[in-house]
Design a protein around this ligand. Structure first.
Ligand code: ATP
Ligand code: MG
Length: 254
Protein backbone atom coordinates (compact mmCIF):
# COMPACT_ATOMS: atom_id res chain seq x y z
CA UNK A 1 0.00 0.00 0.00
CA UNK A 2 1.34 3.43 -0.93
CA UNK A 3 2.46 5.39 2.11
CA UNK A 4 0.17 8.29 2.91
CA UNK A 5 1.30 11.82 3.59
CA UNK A 6 1.80 12.46 7.29
CA UNK A 7 0.01 15.58 8.55
CA UNK A 8 0.67 15.54 12.28
CA UNK A 9 2.45 13.43 14.83
CA UNK A 10 1.08 13.65 18.35
CA UNK A 11 2.11 11.86 21.50
CA UNK A 12 -0.10 8.81 20.98
CA UNK A 13 -1.24 8.96 17.37
CA UNK A 14 -0.21 10.03 13.89
CA UNK A 15 -2.60 11.64 11.43
CA UNK A 16 -2.21 10.86 7.73
CA UNK A 17 -4.03 12.27 4.75
CA UNK A 18 -7.08 10.10 4.01
CA UNK A 19 -8.06 8.48 0.71
CA UNK A 20 -10.75 11.11 0.05
CA UNK A 21 -10.95 14.83 0.78
CA UNK A 22 -12.26 15.49 4.25
CA UNK A 23 -10.95 12.18 5.59
CA UNK A 24 -7.90 11.30 7.65
CA UNK A 25 -6.21 8.11 8.75
CA UNK A 26 -5.52 7.95 12.47
CA UNK A 27 -2.59 5.65 13.35
CA UNK A 28 -2.34 4.45 16.97
CA UNK A 29 1.21 4.23 18.37
CA UNK A 30 2.46 2.28 21.38
CA UNK A 31 4.04 5.48 22.77
CA UNK A 32 2.78 6.65 26.12
CA UNK A 33 3.36 9.96 27.85
CA UNK A 34 2.18 11.37 31.16
CA UNK A 35 2.46 14.59 33.14
CA UNK A 36 2.57 16.71 29.99
CA UNK A 37 5.16 14.44 28.34
CA UNK A 38 7.67 14.67 31.22
CA UNK A 39 7.31 10.91 31.53
CA UNK A 40 7.70 8.87 28.36
CA UNK A 41 7.51 5.18 27.59
CA UNK A 42 6.08 2.49 25.36
CA UNK A 43 3.31 0.07 26.13
CA UNK A 44 3.65 -2.83 23.72
CA UNK A 45 0.39 -3.48 21.93
CA UNK A 46 -1.34 -0.36 23.29
CA UNK A 47 -1.94 1.09 19.82
CA UNK A 48 -3.68 -2.05 18.60
CA UNK A 49 -5.87 -2.22 21.71
CA UNK A 50 -6.77 1.50 21.70
CA UNK A 51 -7.64 1.39 17.99
CA UNK A 52 -10.02 -1.51 18.63
CA UNK A 53 -11.47 -0.19 21.91
CA UNK A 54 -12.06 3.28 20.44
CA UNK A 55 -13.69 1.76 17.34
CA UNK A 56 -15.97 -0.32 19.53
CA UNK A 57 -17.02 2.50 21.87
CA UNK A 58 -17.49 5.08 19.10
CA UNK A 59 -19.60 2.58 17.13
CA UNK A 60 -21.82 1.87 20.15
CA UNK A 61 -22.17 5.63 20.73
CA UNK A 62 -23.15 6.24 17.10
CA UNK A 63 -25.86 3.59 17.51
CA UNK A 64 -27.50 5.78 20.16
CA UNK A 65 -27.22 8.87 17.95
CA UNK A 66 -23.98 10.48 19.13
CA UNK A 67 -22.28 12.08 16.10
CA UNK A 68 -18.61 11.08 15.86
CA UNK A 69 -15.70 11.44 13.43
CA UNK A 70 -15.33 7.65 13.15
CA UNK A 71 -15.85 6.03 9.73
CA UNK A 72 -14.24 2.58 9.97
CA UNK A 73 -11.22 0.70 11.21
CA UNK A 74 -8.76 -0.04 8.42
CA UNK A 75 -6.37 -2.45 10.11
CA UNK A 76 -4.79 -3.28 13.48
CA UNK A 77 -3.43 0.22 14.04
CA UNK A 78 -5.33 2.54 11.72
CA UNK A 79 -8.81 3.93 11.44
CA UNK A 80 -10.46 6.15 8.85
CA UNK A 81 -12.00 9.28 10.33
CA UNK A 82 -13.62 12.49 9.17
CA UNK A 83 -11.36 15.49 9.37
CA UNK A 84 -12.76 18.07 11.77
CA UNK A 85 -11.71 21.44 13.12
CA UNK A 86 -10.66 20.43 16.62
CA UNK A 87 -12.05 22.70 19.36
CA UNK A 88 -9.02 23.40 21.58
CA UNK A 89 -10.64 22.04 24.73
CA UNK A 90 -10.43 18.83 26.67
CA UNK A 91 -13.82 18.07 28.16
CA UNK A 92 -13.46 15.97 31.30
CA UNK A 93 -16.39 14.19 32.93
CA UNK A 94 -15.94 12.83 36.45
CA UNK A 95 -18.08 10.40 38.42
CA UNK A 96 -15.65 9.42 41.17
CA UNK A 97 -12.86 11.60 42.63
CA UNK A 98 -9.37 10.80 41.28
CA UNK A 99 -6.27 12.40 39.82
CA UNK A 100 -6.07 16.19 39.76
CA UNK A 101 -9.51 16.65 41.33
CA UNK A 102 -8.36 14.75 44.41
CA UNK A 103 -5.00 16.53 44.52
CA UNK A 104 -6.32 20.05 43.99
CA UNK A 105 -9.42 19.88 46.15
CA UNK A 106 -8.33 17.34 48.76
CA UNK A 107 -11.13 14.88 48.03
CA UNK A 108 -10.01 11.32 48.70
CA UNK A 109 -9.51 9.24 45.57
CA UNK A 110 -12.43 6.86 45.17
CA UNK A 111 -15.07 9.18 46.66
CA UNK A 112 -18.26 8.92 44.61
CA UNK A 113 -19.15 12.46 43.51
CA UNK A 114 -22.62 13.83 44.39
CA UNK A 115 -23.23 14.27 40.66
CA UNK A 116 -21.23 14.04 37.45
CA UNK A 117 -18.85 16.98 37.24
CA UNK A 118 -17.64 18.52 33.98
CA UNK A 119 -14.34 20.35 33.69
CA UNK A 120 -12.74 22.16 30.75
CA UNK A 121 -9.04 22.26 29.99
CA UNK A 122 -7.48 24.47 27.33
CA UNK A 123 -5.52 22.26 24.89
CA UNK A 124 -2.15 23.97 24.95
CA UNK A 125 1.01 21.98 25.66
CA UNK A 126 3.18 25.02 26.41
CA UNK A 127 0.72 26.09 29.10
CA UNK A 128 0.31 22.53 30.44
CA UNK A 129 -3.36 22.23 29.37
CA UNK A 130 -4.69 24.55 32.11
CA UNK A 131 -8.12 24.23 33.73
CA UNK A 132 -10.37 26.98 32.38
CA UNK A 133 -13.96 28.08 32.90
CA UNK A 134 -16.80 28.99 30.55
CA UNK A 135 -15.92 32.69 30.73
CA UNK A 136 -12.42 32.05 29.34
CA UNK A 137 -13.77 29.78 26.61
CA UNK A 138 -16.33 32.24 25.27
CA UNK A 139 -14.32 35.43 25.90
CA UNK A 140 -11.27 34.10 24.04
CA UNK A 141 -13.41 32.59 21.28
CA UNK A 142 -12.31 28.95 21.69
CA UNK A 143 -15.97 27.95 21.49
CA UNK A 144 -19.30 29.79 21.37
CA UNK A 145 -21.84 29.35 24.15
CA UNK A 146 -23.95 27.18 21.82
CA UNK A 147 -20.95 24.97 20.96
CA UNK A 148 -20.19 24.55 24.63
CA UNK A 149 -23.81 23.67 25.41
CA UNK A 150 -23.71 21.04 22.65
CA UNK A 151 -20.42 19.60 23.93
CA UNK A 152 -21.68 19.39 27.50
CA UNK A 153 -24.93 17.71 26.43
CA UNK A 154 -23.01 15.20 24.29
CA UNK A 155 -20.39 14.54 26.99
CA UNK A 156 -23.13 13.79 29.53
CA UNK A 157 -24.87 11.39 27.14
CA UNK A 158 -21.53 9.70 26.47
CA UNK A 159 -20.99 9.45 30.21
CA UNK A 160 -24.40 7.91 30.94
CA UNK A 161 -24.10 5.41 28.12
CA UNK A 162 -20.51 4.37 28.78
CA UNK A 163 -21.11 4.16 32.54
CA UNK A 164 -23.85 1.59 31.91
CA UNK A 165 -22.00 -0.28 29.20
CA UNK A 166 -18.88 -0.62 31.33
CA UNK A 167 -20.69 -1.43 34.55
CA UNK A 168 -22.26 -4.34 32.68
CA UNK A 169 -18.78 -5.82 32.29
CA UNK A 170 -17.67 -5.06 35.84
CA UNK A 171 -15.86 -1.77 35.17
CA UNK A 172 -16.47 1.56 36.93
CA UNK A 173 -16.08 4.60 34.69
CA UNK A 174 -14.33 6.93 37.13
CA UNK A 175 -13.69 9.77 34.66
CA UNK A 176 -12.74 10.41 31.05
CA UNK A 177 -11.56 13.09 28.63
CA UNK A 178 -13.06 13.73 25.22
CA UNK A 179 -12.33 16.12 22.38
CA UNK A 180 -14.86 17.54 19.96
CA UNK A 181 -14.55 19.08 16.52
CA UNK A 182 -16.57 21.11 14.06
CA UNK A 183 -17.70 19.24 10.97
CA UNK A 184 -18.86 21.38 8.04
CA UNK A 185 -21.33 19.70 5.68
CA UNK A 186 -23.72 21.33 3.19
CA UNK A 187 -23.21 24.81 4.67
CA UNK A 188 -23.99 23.45 8.11
CA UNK A 189 -21.75 23.00 11.11
CA UNK A 190 -22.12 20.11 13.53
CA UNK A 191 -20.17 19.38 16.68
CA UNK A 192 -18.93 15.78 16.63
CA UNK A 193 -16.99 13.59 19.03
CA UNK A 194 -13.39 13.25 17.77
CA UNK A 195 -10.00 11.86 18.84
CA UNK A 196 -10.32 8.55 20.75
CA UNK A 197 -12.00 6.91 23.72
CA UNK A 198 -9.63 4.39 25.27
CA UNK A 199 -7.88 3.49 28.53
CA UNK A 200 -5.41 6.28 27.64
CA UNK A 201 -8.05 8.90 28.44
CA UNK A 202 -10.48 7.13 30.78
CA UNK A 203 -10.04 5.98 34.36
CA UNK A 204 -11.42 2.45 34.51
CA UNK A 205 -11.52 0.54 37.77
CA UNK A 206 -12.61 -3.01 38.40
CA UNK A 207 -16.03 -2.55 40.05
CA UNK A 208 -15.34 -5.19 42.72
CA UNK A 209 -11.63 -4.88 43.53
CA UNK A 210 -10.98 -1.26 42.46
CA UNK A 211 -8.00 -2.43 40.42
CA UNK A 212 -6.93 0.11 37.80
CA UNK A 213 -7.15 -0.88 34.13
CA UNK A 214 -6.05 2.38 32.51
CA UNK A 215 -3.14 4.76 31.95
CA UNK A 216 -2.73 5.34 35.69
CA UNK A 217 -0.91 1.98 35.69
CA UNK A 218 1.72 3.72 33.55
CA UNK A 219 1.59 7.11 35.33
CA UNK A 220 2.02 5.52 38.75
CA UNK A 221 4.38 2.69 37.78
CA UNK A 222 1.91 0.01 38.82
CA UNK A 223 3.18 -2.45 36.18
CA UNK A 224 1.10 -4.73 33.95
CA UNK A 225 -0.04 -1.75 31.86
CA UNK A 226 -0.76 -3.66 28.68
CA UNK A 227 -2.55 -6.33 30.71
CA UNK A 228 -4.89 -3.65 32.07
CA UNK A 229 -5.82 -2.41 28.59
CA UNK A 230 -6.16 -6.00 27.40
CA UNK A 231 -8.52 -6.85 30.24
CA UNK A 232 -10.79 -3.94 29.22
CA UNK A 233 -10.90 -5.28 25.65
CA UNK A 234 -11.45 -8.84 26.89
CA UNK A 235 -14.40 -7.84 29.05
CA UNK A 236 -15.93 -5.86 26.20
CA UNK A 237 -15.72 -9.05 24.17
CA UNK A 238 -13.41 -7.55 21.57
CA UNK A 239 -10.13 -9.23 22.42
CA UNK A 240 -9.78 -11.67 19.57
CA UNK A 241 -8.25 -15.03 20.31
CA UNK A 242 -7.66 -15.95 16.68
CA UNK A 243 -6.99 -12.55 15.12
CA UNK A 244 -8.84 -9.27 14.82
CA UNK A 245 -11.65 -10.66 12.70
CA UNK A 246 -12.72 -13.10 15.39
CA UNK A 247 -14.94 -10.64 17.23
CA UNK A 248 -17.45 -11.45 19.93
CA UNK A 249 -20.08 -9.34 21.65
CA UNK A 250 -19.85 -8.00 25.21
CA UNK A 251 -19.60 -10.51 28.01
CA UNK A 252 -22.18 -9.61 30.67
CA UNK A 253 -21.24 -9.98 34.33
CA UNK A 254 -23.60 -10.64 37.24
N1 ATP B 1 -11.18 13.98 13.38
C1 ATP B 1 -10.08 14.71 13.61
N2 ATP B 1 -9.71 15.69 12.77
C2 ATP B 1 -8.60 16.43 13.00
N3 ATP B 1 -7.80 16.27 14.06
C3 ATP B 1 -8.12 15.31 14.94
C4 ATP B 1 -9.28 14.48 14.78
N4 ATP B 1 -9.35 13.63 15.82
C5 ATP B 1 -8.30 13.89 16.62
N5 ATP B 1 -7.54 14.91 16.12
C6 ATP B 1 -6.30 15.47 16.66
O1 ATP B 1 -5.27 14.57 16.30
C7 ATP B 1 -4.27 14.53 17.27
C8 ATP B 1 -4.12 13.10 17.75
O2 ATP B 1 -2.85 12.85 18.19
P1 ATP B 1 -2.45 12.64 19.70
O3 ATP B 1 -3.61 12.21 20.52
O4 ATP B 1 -1.23 11.81 19.69
O5 ATP B 1 -2.10 14.14 20.07
P2 ATP B 1 -1.49 14.65 21.44
O6 ATP B 1 -0.06 14.35 21.53
O7 ATP B 1 -2.40 14.20 22.53
O8 ATP B 1 -1.51 16.19 21.23
P3 ATP B 1 -2.61 17.24 21.29
O9 ATP B 1 -2.16 18.12 22.41
O10 ATP B 1 -2.58 17.90 19.95
O11 ATP B 1 -3.90 16.52 21.56
C9 ATP B 1 -4.72 15.45 18.40
O12 ATP B 1 -4.12 16.72 18.22
C10 ATP B 1 -6.23 15.55 18.16
O13 ATP B 1 -6.77 16.74 18.67
MG1 MG C 1 -4.17 13.15 22.44
Amino acid sequence: MARRRQLYEGKAKILFEGPEPGTLVQYFKDDATAFNAQKKGTITGKGVLNNRISEYLMTRLMEIGIPTHFIRRLNMREQLIREVEIIPLEIVVRNVAAGSLSTRLGIAEGTRLPRSIIEYYYKNDTLNDPLVCEEHITAFGWAATQDLDDMVALALRVNDFLTGLLLGVGITLVDFKVEFGRLYENDEMRIVLADEISPDNCRLWDSKTGEKMDKDRFRRDLGKVEEGYQEVARRLGILPEAGVRDLKGPEMMQ
